[in-house]
Design a protein around this ligand. Sequence first.
Ligand code: CA
Length: 240
Amino acid sequence: MNNKPMILVVEDDAAVRSLMAVTLDTQGYRYHLARNGAEALIEASTQQPAVMLLDLGLPDMEGVDIIRKVRGWTGMPIIVISARSEDADKVEALDAGADDYLTKPFSVDELLARLRVALRRVNAEASAIGESAIYENGSLRIDYAAGCAYIADREIHLTPIEYRLLCLLARNTGKVLTHNYILKEIWGSYTASDVGSLRVFMATLRKKLQAGDDTQPYIQTHIGIGYRMLKQDVRPEDTP
Ligand code: CA
C-alpha cells in the first residue's frame, strides 16, 4: 500500500512534465499528469490530489481560470509554476486562490521545498480540531483567547493592527498573502497607495518579532507581491 501524498502536475511542456514526474518519483510521491486545463479539471476532481502544481500558460485554458474553478470545491494547496515573471500574473493567481508560486526555470530542490511547505499546511489543517486557541511556530506563540503574542515566553507588545496582521499571517502559515488580500482583510479596502503603509506596519511588526535572542525570520517578504508566515523547522527530537 502506498499512502504517500498524490501530486497533480499540470504542464503542457513534455520535457518539464517528465522532469517533474522523475523528481516526484525519486521522492516517493505518487503523481498524476495533466497536459492541459481540461485534463487538469478531470484529474483534480477524480483523483483527489493532495497538492496541485499548475503551469499558468496552458493551450486550452488560462491557469487562473483553473484555480477559480478548482477553488469552488476544494482548498487543496495550489502551487503555480510559471515562466511568466511579471508580478501581476503571480498576484492574479494568488488572489484567485493559489498558495504559492515558482518562476521557471526553477530548481528541483526549490520545487520539493515548496511542496513540503504545502503538504505541511494540509497536515496541520487535518490535525487541527476547529480553530486552535493557541498558535505555536518556533518560539512564537499566539494566545487567541487572551489576544497576546509571545516570543520565547516574553510577551511582545503589539498595536491592534499589528496583532491582526500577525494573526492573519499565522492563520495562513506557509501561504503567500498578496498586498491586496491583506489590505482587504485588515482594512476592508484596497488602494495602491495603502501598500506603502502596509509596508511600514510590516516592518515594525517584523522588528518586534525579532526582539530578544530569537533571530529566526518569521515573515518573508515577496517584493511586489506580498508576505508569507514561514513555518519554523521543528527539531528532530520534537517530531512525534
Ligand atoms: Ca506552458
